[in-house]
Design a protein around this ligand. Structure first.
Ligand code: BTN
Length: 324
């Protein structure tokens, strides 16, 4: 399937005969494969008599070889899939299967992409980045303190490098542009919390997605911010290199060394917020983060600290903040 889609990548018409010859299959088999791509991957294909087939929109597919070459100095294994339920789930499965780590899993599509707090992450074929890095952590979960916030810094650095200067963070690790979500981060853990454990760092970035009726929150994409499409291979490679750099420094210095940098990128510093913690709602003013990455809020004139994966922030006065 990938080879056939690669031949159609340019968005131009290609005849069934030429495509069949390139793949060593009949014209009828080409049409069957393309119908399969439409049904299983949701790829829209135009078929015009006398001209052949073309993709409704040109795509730039992920290229495992070029990504592996760009990341050769990191010593990571890289696997690229056409479709997966979730790259995080696949990374977890491969940790259990004792695969060699670090291991980067990428997919063109996710059919059951996982978001924070049990939400779905909408993951159409060939448009965005679905990135999961599986790592072994020696010395227990304390090594992971602030890691999810640090991943946010690596995403922000990558976005700034490719020209999306207005991207910022919302605690704990949403990436927003103009109050709209551009990327999300989901860390999943397994193993012995006190000894050898494993973490999967999942990152979803909306890259070339122009429309979606499925995303149930206000969102944007890199292409919508710049007006042009991105080569996802370059974005993946830049993200991996930036993430590796941050992780090395984090291992030595911990999150405390990044506290100030993180607060500089925090779009909601000083904002009046409501913190949702299960059924409880806490009103406060955002002071920043502490050396472990926990949220510092001024509540009733006192500083209080909050941490945990199920917490979420809302602006108390969205209009006022939008106008700032
Ligand atoms: C969020 O809700 O903000 C977190 C979204 C994380 C989505 C990414 S896409 C790659 C990886 N695989 C998943 O199933 N989820 C993460």
């Amino acid at each position: 399937m990938r080879t056939l889609l690669k031949l159609l990548e340019d968005g131009e018409f290609h005849s069934g005969e030429v495509l069949g010859a390139a793949l060593g299959i009949s014209r009828a088999a080409v049409w069957k494969k393309l119908q399969q791509a439409q049904a299983e991957l949701g790829v829209e294909i135009h078929k015009v008599r006398g001209r052949g087939y073309r993709l409704a929109r040109p795509v730039c597919l992920l290229d495992a070889e070029s990504i592996a070459a760009a990341l050769s100095e990191l010593g990571w294994s890289v696997r690229v899939y056409d479709t997966l339920g979730s790259t995080n789930a696949e990374a977890m499965r491969l940790i259990d299967a004792e695969s060699s780590l670090p291991l980067l899993i990428l997919s063109e599509q996710q059919t059951a992409g996982r978001g924070r707090r049990g939400r779905k992450w909408i993951s159409p074929f060939g448009e965005n980045i679905y990135f999961s890095l599986a790592l072994r952590i020696d010395g227990g979960m304390r090594q992971l303190e602030g890691l999810s916030l640090l991943v946010g810094l690596a995403v922000i650095k990558t976005l700034k490098e490719v020209g999306i200067a207005s991207a910022g963070l919302k605690w704990p690790n949403d990436i927003l542009v103009n109050h709209q979500k551009l990327a999300g981060i989901l860390l999943e853990l397994t193993g012995d919390p006190a000894d050898v454990c494993y973490v999967v760092i999942g990152v979803g970035i909306n890259v070339n997605m122009l429309t979606s009726i499925e995303v149930d929150q206000s969102w944007t994409a890199m292409c919508l911010e710049t007006g042009f499409a991105f080569d996802r291979n370059l974005v993946v490679s830049a993200l991996a290199l930036n993430l590796d750099g941050y992780m090395h420094a984090h291992k030595i210095h911990g999150f405390a060394a990044f506290q100030e940098e993180w607060e500089r990128s925090h779009l909601w510093q000083g904002a009046e917020v409501t913190l949702l913690a299960g059924h409880a709602e806490i009103q406060g003013i955002v002071l920043g983060v502490d050396p472990t990455g926990a949220l510092r809020l001024e509540v009733g004139g006192q500083e209080k600290v909050f941490s945990g994966g199920e917490l979420s922030l809302r602006l108390r006065n969205p209009l006022k903040d939008a106008l700032q």
